[in-house]
Ligand binder design. Structure first.
Ligand SMILES: Cc1cc2nc3c(=O)[nH]c(=O)nc-3n(C[C@H](O)[C@H](O)[C@H](O)COP(=O)(O)O)c2cc1C
Length: 337
């Protein structure tokens, strides 16, 4: 087996915490991160995370059981904090004795971290930290590790780049706490630089979305292989009255239609044909079901082809194990220089 001694030494805290060989998480991707990709990731020595997304507790129950059937290694479960049944989902994760729960999509609601850890469950909690102040608060609230994710990432994004977040947070917290860096990582050299800055490991999504084991539709994968960094754009808000939560996805007819739709809704609002709440709801609902349409049905024209700026480095379908090996070798070579 190939070893990567310098990388392994810098990743040691991360691998001890995750219980895997390489401190590389495959970030949860709704519809993509299901049993096959998650098990492949953990079996290859990385760390897979099930994307619960909008799943019901029953579906999550089945997905965890199915993933367990495919791997004996640890994997995580990613829960979205605004899911209306968050506490039922936590109960499902606890029932299965899942080792790690990732809380995503906002600050964890009161009692959620406590619920995961109740009765000395031993479950580790990983939270997303958008700023240094919130990072400290999350650690005080019981988070065992943090992910800092920059706006280069695919999916829902914050306003700050990975490089700036890393500079603000790693020197302050990296030595004493477990911080994983995400967003825009496509090669091992970048992993080396974040490890040297104090990260315990990294999280990638875009680079793994089109792995051979990913169930994403062939048309979704082709769209990734064709795209370059500049095609992965953040959704645009047209009117200050109609908030848009930014999502990074490949530019397509759907993104154009979204801009046109916002203009149309704003015009109806001006004309008094619609009230503010309904207008905002119409904007919010525009993309409902759109990620599934792209990932599962292969509608890459009107669906939401969520992808990060590292998409230009995804050029072909490769098994997860090969992607991890390439990243580790590049990281090791960079550290050896
Ligand atoms: C198609 C897609 C779907 C995603 N869905 C989720 C999700 O459901 N929950 C979540 O926490 N992050 C989600 N993400 C973010 C990833 O977990 C990961 O943090 C991100 O992709 C890392 O940045 P990168 O894309 O630059 O590698 C998604 C990303 C992509 C590309």
């Amino acid at each position: 087996m190939t070893t990567y001694p310098k990388t392994a030494a810098l990743m040691q805290r991360g691998t001890d915490f995750l219980g895997c060989d390489s401190a590389i998480l495959c970030g949860a991707m709704s519809w993509v991160s299901e049993r096959n990709l998650v098990a492949a990731m953990s079996n290859a020595g990385g760390f897979g995370v099930i994307a619960c997304g909008a799943m019901s507790p029953e579906l999550l129950d089945a997905e965890i059981a199915a993933t367990r059937a495919l791997t004996e290694r640890p994997f995580g479960v990613n829960l979205i904090t605004m899911h209306p049944q968050l506490f039922d989902l936590i109960a499902v994760a606890r029932k299965h004795g899942v080792s790690h729960v990732v809380l995503a999509g906002g600050i964890p609601p009161k009692g959620s971290i406590e619920a995961i850890k109740a009765d000395a469950s031993g479950i580790k909690v990983i939270c997303f930290a958008p700023t240094l102040a919130l990072a400290k608060k999350l650690l005080r609230s019981g988070a065992d590790a943090l992910v800092i994710e920059g706006m280069e990432a695919g999916g829902h994004i914050g306003p700050v780049s990975t490089s700036v977040l890393a500079q603000e947070i790693l020197p302050e917290l990296g030595a004493d706490h477990l911080v994983f860096v995400a967003g825009g990582i496509g090669r091992g050299e970048a992993i080396a630089s974040y490890l040297e800055m104090g990260a315990a490991g990294v999280q990638l999504g875009t680079r793994f979305a089109c792995a051979a084991e990913s169930i994403a539709h062939p048309a979704f994968k082709q769209a990734f292989f064709r795209a370059s960094a500049r095609d992965a754009v953040a959704s645009v808000q047209v009117d200050p009255r109609l908030p848009v939560i930014p999502v990074r996805a490949l530019r397509n007819k759907g993104t154009e239609a979204f801009t046109a739709k916002q203009r149309e809704i704003a015009a109806r609002l001006d004309a008094g044909e619609i009230d503010m709440a309904s207008a905002q709801l119409e904007v919010e609902h525009f993309w409902a079901g759109a990620l599934r349409r792209a990932v599962i049905e292969g509608d890459v024209e009107y669906g939401s082809v969520m992808a990060g700026q590292s998409v230009g480095m995804v050029t072909r379908e490769e098994p997860v194990a090969e992607i991890i090996a390439a990243l580790m070798a590049q990281c090791e070579a960079a550290l050896a220089k």
